[in-house]
Design a protein. Structure first.
Length: 456
């Protein structure tokens, strides 16, 4: 076990030295990281294959490529993001210069999960470095091969006083959460998320929590059904459904249910083959515990499509029909290749079903009607989502990604990620050649009149 207290002290001292302050230094850090990711790309993709069965194409598209894109964005924009921004000074403050100064928090802790182990560790790290922080990384223990290769990557790229990877399980998590960090960024489940928030409260440490939840997908009777099925299958079964923003359950208008199921089955065959378990690019469930949990959710249900599995912790893309709100599969976030299907007659009925669950991280809506788009996106609380597609909203550096309510707090990616790891100091530089007297006591009627003239 690493000496965590020593690691944190060393990083805090390094931050105070000012080594991360200049944008030139930050660009150099990002450039070194990009260079070494490219040099180690094969090893990273192989680690993802060993942990989750991801093909090289899927590993690059959903993890490595997205990290490289985040680095490219920060390399291009860090100069302007880190610049002081002058703002208007009220007349009552005459004569002054008012401005906002972006400042890094200091030493941050980034805790990531096992399902997208490279992306969900390195993307927040890129944002933290661009903002000028030092960082301790704690990747998920279940994805041990990727954790190991990230530790090698970080050791090759940065001195430990700038970035350090701490490997391990619950004991390492517990020790890290006892330390006083300047910011904590956590991606994972709600149970650990609550613990992180509780521990952070002891030190009054600000946190971002990227959690999950039962993200719904609505398909109404006006939707382009073949395209909806194709995009739904992609988003649901990517990484075998082990995606925090995967469509968790399907709400389909009763009149188009059978037609949509036909297209879903066709899309599954098209994307994964007639026998997905024989497809070498089809991944696996992370470990035996989650594998058995998912099999338990299928047991006793009507598997309209799929339902098969093998000894390599692989489960076919599975679609369950005749599901009710009381079914076990509707009681928890699935996090696997199982899609329960519920029907609705009116969009209001579908919205009521969604609101029976805690606030979801994502929502997906397939419709051609503007009135439905406007109503659903305005009236239902959710972190983010897509209209007529799935999951792609998280792949943009132009807008933030994050949850709300029980699906999390805070956001990152692009400028929003820089903002997350930055404290913005509001400053007034008051000139000394004039000093307006009406703010000082003793107060008199004329002073009050002047104040009322300026402040109203």
């Amino acid at each position: 076990m690493a000496d965590i207290e020593k690691i944190v002290k060393r990083q805090k001292a390094y931050f105070k030295s000012g080594a991360t302050g200049s944008t030139a230094a930050r660009k150099a850090m990002l450039g070194a990281l990009k260079k070494n990711i490219r040099e180690m790309e094969y090893d990273i993709l192989e680690a993802l294959r060993k942990d989750l069965g991801k093909s090289a194409s899927e590993g690059y598209m959903s993890e490595v490529g997205m990290v490289l894109e985040e680095i490219s964005y920060m390399q291009k924009h860090v100069q302007s993001l880190a610049r002081e921004k002058r703002v208007r000074t009220p007349l009552v403050q005459f004569h002054s210069r008012s401005y906002v100064k972006p400042c890094p928090y200091g030493t941050v802790l980034i805790m990531s999960p096992w399902n997208y182990p490279f992306l969900l560790t390195m993307a927040p790290l890129v944002d933290a470095l661009a903002a000028g922080n030092t960082a301790v990384l704690k990747p998920g223990n279940a994805s041990a091969n990727t954790s190991r290769i990230m530790a090698e990557l970080i050791a090759k790229t940065f001195p430990p006083e700038l970035v350090t990877v701490v490997e391990g399980g619950r004991e390492a998590n517990s020790q890290l959460l006892e330390e006083k960090f300047d910011y904590i960024f956590f991606t994972g489940g709600k149970t650990v998320g609550r613990l992180v928030m509780e521990k952070a409260a002891k030190h009054l440490t600000p946190v971002s929590l990227e959690l999950g939840g039962k993200s719904p997908c609505i398909v109404d009777e006006t939707a382009n059904l073949p395209l909806a099925a194709k995009r739904l299958v992609f988003g649901k079964f990517l990484n075998l459904g082990q995606t925090c923003v995967a469509p968790d359950y399907l709400l389909v208008h009763r009149s188009v249910k059978e037609e949509l199921l036909f297209y879903i089955e066709d899309a599954i065959c098209s994307q994964f083959g007639q026998m997905p378990l024989n497809n070498p690019d089809y991944g696996n469930i992370i470990n035996e515990k989650h594998f058995q949990r998912l099999l338990g959710l299928i047991e006793g249900e009507n598997a309209r499509i799929g339902g098969g599995y093998d000894d390599s912790r692989r489960i076919e893309p599975t679609v369950l029909t005749d599901v009710t709100m009381e079914s076990p599969v509707m009681q928890e976030e699935i996090f696997g290749p199982i899609l329960p299907v519920l029907e609705f007659d009116t969009i209001g009925e579908a919205m009521e079903t969604i609101e029976m669950h805690p606030t979801p991280l994502a929502l997906y809506l397939f419709t051609r009607r503007k009135s439905v788009k406007d109503r659903v996106t305005a009236e239902i609380a959710f972190g983010g989502g897509c209209i007529n597609d799935t999951i792609i909203h998280l792949a943009s550096t132009q807008m933030g990604f994050g949850g709300v309510g029980e699906s999390g707090m805070g956001a990152y990616h692009g400028k929003t990620g820089f903002d997350t790891f930055t404290h913005y100091k509001s400053l007034v530089d008051k000139k000394t050649w004039i000093d307006l007297p009406f703010r000082y006591g003793p107060y008199a009627e004329w002073k009050t009149k002047v104040v009322r003239a300026f402040i109203k």
